[in-house]
Design a protein around this ligand. Structure first.
Ligand SMILES: [Fe+2]
Length: 185
């Protein structure tokens, strides 16, 4: 299940709020300018399908987002648990950073953990199959794909060549839960 937990910066153990209700997740995130939607495939699609088939299955929603936000490139990325570079890939965005364009990802399959640092609050979002998240540019965040990453995601870019993480040097991310999909809770 998708899940949102909201923490204060000081307390990474006890969330102020924890919800698996999509409407509530969407409403809470909307208050900080973060988009959360759940999409249904318009055609059958499964992990391992060619990118064109994946994109075609979600064409209407993709076109809507592209028209609204002006994205210039849409691609599909797949990561399997036995990926030889999984540790390096996981480490890449584990610390607090921001981008100069929105980070918009749709989970066709699998899951991942986005954590956002907004004001004095920390928003942890477990994204699952069918979830779209749109993190606005300049929003501080980190992303954990877990030790055995497994996801297929559609990514939206304005300037793919300029897709760079600007790291803040904060150690906040290290204090908050990492993504351990097998663990309880
Ligand atoms: Fe990022």
């Amino acid at each position: 299940m998708s899940r949102l937990r909201i923490f204060t910066e000081e307390n990474c153990a006890e969330p102020l709020l924890s919800t698996e209700a999509p409407d509530e997740i969407e409403a809470e995130l909307q208050q900080i300018g973060v988009r959360f939607e759940q999409w249904q495939a318009g055609k059958p699609v499964e992990a391992g399908d060619a990118p064109d088939i994946v994109l075609d299955a979600y064409r209407a929603d993709i076109d809507r987002i592209v028209a609204e936000k002006g994205f210039r490139t849409v691609d599909v990325v797949s990561i399997a648990p036995d990926h030889p570079n999984r540790e390096e890939m996981r480490r890449k965005f584990l610390d607090e950073h921001f981008h100069k364009e929105d980070e918009v990802r749709f989970f066709v399959d699998g899951s991942g953990l986005f954590t956002l640092h907004v004001g004095e609050r920390v928003y942890e979002i477990r994204c699952e199959k069918g979830d779209l998240i749109g993190v606005p540019d300049s929003t501080l965040h980190w992303f954990d794909m877990g030790p055995e990453p497994r996801f297929v995601a559609i990514r939206f870019f304005t300037e793919p060549d300029g897709w760079v993480g600007h790291f803040t040097g904060s150690d906040l991310a290290q204090k908050f839960p990492r993504y351990e999909p097998g663990a309880a809770g």
